[in-house]
Design a protein around this ligand. Structure first.
Ligand SMILES: [Zn+2]
Length: 260
């Protein structure tokens, strides 16, 4: 079976991780015409407030529709007991081989006061990017051909820290997709029932603050585990003609000298 190729795969430990950390960026990529998929390593169950895995899965599919992603895959790795094992690495690498993304987005760093699964997911994702390209190991990957992921960037769940991302962070302008991100999160009614809806407002405020750092109305931070480089300084600073045509207007345009 040969699945249609994706441009980007975002990997979370649990359904809603991708929405929390980079849902606006995912929606933005989709609006820009890229084919994006989401892989959740676990079904996130059991979890407080959820009546069962079927409900959470249905919520995840509704959130995926809001973001406009092509596909959402839920692997059968164990929630709360997620570990960077050989089997977990292979399971995710098979998805990379199946969908052949150019770019993988995955967890970076640790997530204090949240699930330790997130840190394990960062280890599994980095390892799976590596495993996806390894030759001479076909027997572990169900006959799927190797695939070299070109770039791997990390997102962060760092709400309980004032420490900024230390290495190579870049703010993605999500000024015009912030409400899609919030709507995708609101699809998780079991996670954000009426008495927890204030959490969505905090996510919105956090995105506003992250965007402000780069002169955008809202933003999400992605970082490269390797140092950024460019062969086209002017293209990086000012964009190619194609990129310029995609620049948003009005409040969402980066302000080189913001008036505050
Ligand atoms: Zn999570």
């Amino acid at each position: 079976m040969h699945e249609p190729q994706l441009d980007v795969i975002a990997v979370g430990a649990h359904p809603d991780d991708v929405e929390i950390c980079c849902g606006g960026a995912v929606a933005k990529l989709v609006e820009q015409g890229y084919r994006v998929g989401i892989v959740d390593l676990t079904d996130g169950e059991p979890t407080p407030g959820s009546p069962g895995p079927e409900v959470r899965l249905a919520e995840a599919q509704r959130a995926a529709e809001v973001l406009g992603v092509e596909t959402r895959v839920t692997l059968e790795l164990p929630n709360r007991r997620l570990f960077d094992t050989f089997e977990a690495r292979v399971a995710l690498a098979k998805e990379f081989r199946r969908y052949r993304p150019r770019l993988v987005l995955g967890f970076g760093g640790t997530t204090p006061v949240a699930s330790p699964d997130h840190y394990q997911a960062s280890l599994i994702t980095a390892a799976a990017v590596f495993y996806s390209r390894l030759t001479g190991w076909e027997e572990h990957f169900g006959g799927l051909a190797i695939h070299a992921v070109e770039r791997h960037l990390e997102f962060f769940m760092m709400f309980r820290s004032l420490t900024p991302v230390e290495h190579g962070g870049i703010v993605i302008d999500i000024g015009d997709t912030l409400e899609k991100k919030i709507a995708a999160l609101a699809a998780y009614e079991s996670q954000y029932p009426p008495e927890r809806r204030h959490v969505l407002e905090r996510f919105r405020a956090f995105a506003r603050q992250q965007g402000m750092a780069a002169g955008f109305a809202a933003g999400e931070v992605l970082a490269s585990p390797t140092t950024w480089g460019t062969r086209d300084l002017m293209g990086l600073l000012f964009g190619t003609e194609e990129a310029k045509n995609r620049l948003p207007s009005g409040d969402n345009r980066a302000e080189p000298h913001p008036g505050y």
